[in-house]
Structures are given as C-alpha cells and as structure tokens.
Design a protein around this ligand. Sequence first.
Ligand code: SF4
Length: 345
Amino acid sequence: MQELLLKWYDREKRDLPWRQTQDPYAVWVSEIMLQQTRAETVRAYWTRFLQAFPTVQALARAEEETVLKLWEGLGYYSRARNLHWCAQAVCERFAGRFPEDVAGLRSLPGIGAYTAGAVASIAFGVRTAAVDGNVERVVARLRGIREDVGTPSVRRALLAEAEALVPAARPGDFNQAMMELGARICLPAPRCELCPIRAHCDAFDAGDAASLPVRQRKAPPRAVPMGMALVFHGDRVLLRRREEALLRGLWCFPGYEGETEGEAVAQRLAADGVCCTFLRTLGHARHVFTHRVWEMTLLSFSAASDACPPGWQWADREQLAALPLPTAVRAARALAADILQATLE
Ligand code: SF4
C-alpha cells in the first residue's frame, strides 16, 4: 500500500512551492498556513511571508503588526500570533535551530501533534505520522474505523493505526501523500474509482466509504448580534485594538455585542470615552467564525472631537488600508473607505 501511494504521489503531486524545500522553518510556516486553508490560497501567502521573513530569526525580530498584516485575509489570526511567539521561542530556547524530534517540537507554542509530526517527518525524516482532518478521514476508511472519531479512545486507536502505516523510508513524502490523497481523491464524497490504494481499503470493500469517518454532530455556531460603529471625524475613522480573545491585537471598528441600535451604541461609545452623535444605519454584514456568527449592524457616528482613548486611533484612508484588519470587518472597512473618500472629494 505504501509503495503504491508513494508512486501515485510522485506522479500526481501538485507543484507547491513548500515541497521544494526541507528547511524546517519554511515547512513549519507552510503547515501552520495550511491549517483550515486551501493549498491554492496558501501559495501566494507563503511566498510573500518567506520573502518578508526568510529565516526564523527575521520572523522573531519582526513587529507583531507586520506579521499580522502579512496574514491578513488568511483568518484564524491566533495562528499568526503563535507563529511569531514560536519563532521567538526557537531563537531564545534553541539558538535559532528547530528541534529535530516530535517532543522538542511540541514543546514550542502553537505546535501541536499534527504540526510536530509534519515538520519532524518532512524536514528531518523522522518516522512519525501527521494526522490532520484529511488524513483522519483516509485512515478511518482504510482501516474501517466505524466508531465516533470524536471519542478519545477511538481517536487514540486511529492515531495508532496512522503511526503504524508510516514507512521507515520517505516518511515525510508518505505523510504528504496521505494528505494529498485526502485533499484530492479521498474527499468527503470519495472518488474511489481514481484511488491508487483501493485494493487495500476496508471501506471500499465494504462500500461505506462515504459514511466514514463517523463523527457526532457539533453544535452550530452561535449567532451574536453586534453593533459595529464607524465613527468619523473629518477625514478619519476611529479604530480600536481588540483586547478580546477573539481577534486579539487586530485593529477593528469598535463593536458591541448585543447592541444594534444607534443610540445604545452611542452610549457604549461614550462610556468608552468617545463622545459622538449617531448618524444612520449603513447596512448589515455577517461573518462566520468557528463557534460564533457575528450578525453585524453597521452604524455611522460623528465624533464631537478627535479625543482618543488609549488603545484607539484615528485612521485616514491610507492608514485604514495599511493596518491589519480582520476579514470579518471587510464590508465595514469598504464602507468606511468609501465614506472617507467622499469627504475628500
Ligand atoms: Fe478513500 Fe476510496 Fe481510496 Fe478508500 S478507496 S482510501 S475510501 S478514496
């Protein structure tokens, strides 16, 4: 099975830039970016990121804001912050060289079992598995695991099966081949007719591949109404650096959960030290996070002065474009940019 899969991989693998390197730093950046993001999207981000920060030392020295700016649009910003902290930890604790074993890698911030397995096997040739969602699906089908993979004991059994599959030769390529198979052939709706290892697949034999892996349904993300305040003064709009766990450290328009009425949001702004008058409701926008959905009402205000509480700042049109703002407020940013442009014309 391993040989068949590697042959398929050698023949069919996509030409992705991080596959041209075994530099642990470059591999690690690609693995973090690839979490929850498609390879085709990651391609341009990875290239830009490596140009800006060619070494782990360069990343460790960078300003967090520069790192977040390069991450803008990839989402899940905690990954970018962890990347930055992890680079600093590699420099401080390991003199700028990534540890070569799974335990050493896992001791670093933001590196979990999957990333440690991927970096150890791809960059250092360690015989260890790297089980992401795609690989989990492939292993569950290959080995016919038909119990809920969210259960800890079933998960442990699946990981043991995944470890046992990794060959001593080319473990990094094998892991990437499993990921590639999961991303292109062993999809949620499997394309078994194209699969190079179907002769070894339990689920293919049993004809139940499409129903595996078994996973209990998670609760849907919770809808949160949110008043998003676009506060203007002359040719500038007010931004606040978020302190909440969600999107922490990113510049954002002041948003108030549970308040969608202009007057109520004006009161909340006043309590935060911003004296302003509600102008009008501009529209609505929606952003889905993993556990919550922001149902945003976009509201405009006129500030009485340019007084600015600590941790807030006024941004003109150029600054608004240059600061790292989360994708969640893309619609609000576009509206604010249009309004600022109109004040200039
Ligand atoms: Fe997945 Fe089908 Fe291949 Fe089995 S035969 S590994 S279910 S694509």
